[in-house]
Design a protein around this ligand. Structure first.
Ligand code: DGJ
Length: 707
């Protein structure tokens, strides 16, 4: 069956992915209407769903609030608009007129449907884009708006897409909330009637919410049940509005910007929204996560096929107190542990001794690095490691040479306070000269110092977001800040194809499918407490794969929580993502260094499973049972089981967990003990992870096929 087909009589479009179908059609009024998103259908079957709408029940009802592909502000629509326009004459509204379609096949296994429309009155053109692939059930959608007139207009809301669910007896909403150092707290609650808004108004993706959403009928679990989900590829302010209507439907619309942000559209100008990708599965939250992980690895990340190196980062060890001698000492210790990438964090440049000065002055401090960064980079390379550097290109301390030279480069509104957070202001990256300046020093620094890796940080939300001296800059900056940021990253990567980048926003402040398209991994949280981290990683992994989930082993008592857990437990937590070390290795006793070296070596034996395998969450991080996750080779040839227990409680039974993704009938050997297990027993009856008695026990069990 073709991936995209159309029934000539009814005009029904059917989009097919390996396991799902999506159907829509343009109705008699010219509006694109949703028909189906769920299990596979034939075109005939999809046509059955194209029943005429029942007549409106009263003069107070309009068109159904859920069930259009992009509900507009216009006509008798009263739900949250995905598209809201203000024309030069001050009037609003959009009235659909269908003008055609295009079918594209940009690459083998990829099909694109573009439905073309315009407003019946004004020359505003709208194109709805749908991309389907033969190796994923994720459907990518975005919208392109073009002002074909000769006067400017304003997009008061320009969402990427609206997604509709079928009528269900109940609905449940899954999403994450959080804050700095407590990102990705998974919430799973009944969907309230009315409208629920998930949003960031901060100009960045935010620690407080993540631009994805999952809905189910309230009955789904890790392995069963229908789950509809979507994720937005955008790194600025965003909004997803989820609706549950009185008529018993649910759906959501999502796109860039928060309320009040406007996208100006000059004559001839085109605005392309980011992708808002959707996924349906009938096999529960576990299958949804695995499908998202595969999609991110195969179609979002630039180099997901690579093996990510074991990293060392100096931040928790030294704070701002970095110099050549101290960094070399740490680098030697790190190399001895088997670390493959050494990253110097904040404090290497200008007058940066704390967070009050120097940000913006990107030359190595002469008193700390008298001969620049090269001698350190050479040492790191000689030790067999790659060399990484922390940068925060979008920010400036008022106490810096950059700010003294260019006080107008920051986001500001003349006459108003320039609010500082962490003693810093935000450079107006929407300005091309500012973005060019950042690109210039970054590309030079990378080239001159043999830099292999950048940790790209950003440590505050936007405020007083103004761009004086421009006619509509105050509106444009919300979008252009982000596209210019993407542009700098893209240009840098083009210049230095071997460069790898970690996205960081004071921990997990900027992680989304947009930034991940041009970065390689993400610093998930500044909270490195291994116990808190299990909860954060649980929420993070709902959509984002372990392939990007950077995690460090740091010192105890933990800097943030003061909790002390064994080195092994800390390692096992970090080993469930991209293993890094962030402790002060000059203070680790010999026996801990030896144990760490063993654990690094053990990680290298299994990291292909963590980074490229399928994740099964066998037991979550809350409650009294141990937390257990499993990473399995897609061909079932081997698997890694990681388990953590806080503390045993006498009388609380610990049932075995049933392993997943194994080859039926095969036998598996434990690489440490040599013990052989039958897949039938492991999958059907369960496996009891071997956890030592006492508090904070953890284990990593690697099982490989024995026959
Ligand atoms: C916030 C990051 O999340 C930390 O890891 C560290 O890089 C600091 N910024 C440095 O200022």
């Amino acid at each position: 069956m073709p991936m995209i087909s159309r029934a000539p009589d009814t005009g029904v479009w059917l989009l097919s992915t390996p396991r799902t179908s999506y159907a829509l059609r343009v109705d008699d009024t010219g509006a694109p209407c949703h028909l189906a998103w769920g299990p596979r259908l034939t075109l005939r079957e999809a046509e059955e769903l194209a029943a005429p709408q029942p007549p409106v029940a009263s003069s107070f009802e309009g068109r159904p609030e859920v069930g259009e592909e992009l509900p507009v502000d216009g006509g008798t629509r009263y739900g949250p608009p995905s598209l809201q326009v203000r024309y030069p004459d001050g009037s609003r509204a959009f009235e659909w007129q269908h003008t055609g379609h295009r079918l594209l096949q940009p690459a083998p296994g990829v099909a694109v449907l573009v439905l073309l429309f315009r407003d019946r009155l004004h020359p505003l053109h709208v194109a709805l884009h749908y991309t389907v692939r033969d190796d994923t059930d994720v459907i990518e959608r975005h919208t392109v708006l073009r002002n074909a007139g000769d006067r400017p207009l304003s997009l008061l809301r320009a969402d990427s897409a609206a997604w509709s669910l079928p009528p269900l007896p109940g609905y449940r909403l899954s999403h994450v909330t959080g804050q700095w150092s407590a990102e990705n707290q998974l919430r799973r609650d009944p969907l309230p009637h009315g409208e629920t808004v998930l949003t960031s108004r901060r100009g960045i993706t935010s620690h407080h919410a993540s631009p994805w959403v999952m809905l189910d009928d309230g009955e789904a679990d890790e392995e069963h049940g229908r789950v509809w989900s979507a994720a937005l590829a955008w790194s600025g302010s965003w909004r997803i509005t989820v609706q549950r209507t009185p008529g018993g439907r649910a759906g959501f619309t999502g796109g860039t910007g928060h309320e009040g942000t406007v996208v100006p559209l000059a004559p001839g100008e085109e605005h392309t929204t980011p992708v808002f990708a959707g996924l349906f599965t009938d096999q529960g939250f576990g299958a949804a996560s695995r499908a998202w992980h595969r999609y991110v690895r195969d179609h979002v990340l630039p180099h997901a096929d690579e093996t990510a190196p074991v990293l060392y980062n100096s931040w928790e060890a030294t704070g701002f107190d970095v110099d050549e001698t101290g960094q070399k000492a740490l680098a030697e210790r790190a190399a001895a542990l088997g670390v493959e990438l050494y990253v110097v964090d904040d404090g290497w440049f200008g007058a940066r001794r704390d967070d009050r000065a120097g940000l913006g002055d990107w030359t190595p401090s002469p008193d700390r690095f008298p001969d620049g960064l090269e001698p350190l980079a050479d040492t790191v390379h000689r030790l067999g490691m790659r060399f990484g550097l922390w940068v925060e290109p979008e920010m400036v301390n008022p106490d810096s040479d950059l700010y003294r030279a260019h006080p107008d480069w920051v986001l500001h509104i003349p006459g108003r306070t320039r609010s500082e957070l962490r003693n810093q202001l935000v450079l107006n990256f929407a300005r091309d000269d500012v973005a060019d300046w950042a690109y210039g020093w970054l590309t030079r620094t990378v080239a001159d110092n043999g830099i292999d890796f950048l940790k790209w940080d950003m440590n505050r939300s936007l405020s007083e977001a103004g761009w004086p001296g421009t006619a509509d800059g105050h509106d444009r900056l919300w979008t252009r800040y982000v596209t210019n940021l993407y542009g700098v990253l893209d240009r840098l990567r083009d210049d230095h194809p071997g460069l790898r980048v970690e996205t960081c926003g004071g921990g997990g402040g900027r992680i989304d499918l947009g930034i991940l398209r041009r970065t390689d991994q993400a610093w998930v949280s500044d909270n490195t407490d291994a116990v808190d981290r299990l909860v954060i990683q649980h929420g993070f992994g709902q959509v984002f794969p372990a392939r990007v989930m950077s995690a460090w082993v740091t010192d105890v008592p933990n800097q943030l929580t003061a909790r002390t857990v064994p080195l092994r437990f800390r390692f096992h937590t970090a080993m469930s993502g991209l293993l890094g070390i962030g402790g002060d290795l000059t203070r680790w006793p010999e026996e801990e260094l030896a144990e760490a070296a063993e654990l690094v070596a053990a990680y290298k034996q299994v990291r292909h499973l963590v980074q490229h395998g399928d994740l099964y969450r066998l037991s979550g991080p809350h409650g009294e049972q141990p937390t257990v996750v499993q990473y399995t080779a897609p061909d079932g040839s081997e698997t890694l089981v990681l388990a953590w227990r806080r503390g045993p409680r006498h009388g609380v039974p610990q049932p075995p967990v049933r392993l997943r993704g194994l080859t039926p009938g095969a036998r598996y050997r434990d690489t440490r003990t040599g013990q052989v297990h039958h897949a039938t027993v492991l999958a059907g009856y369960g496996y009891l992870p071997d956890l030592e008695p006492g508090d904070w026990a953890s284990t990593a069990v690697h099982l490989v096929r024995a026959d």
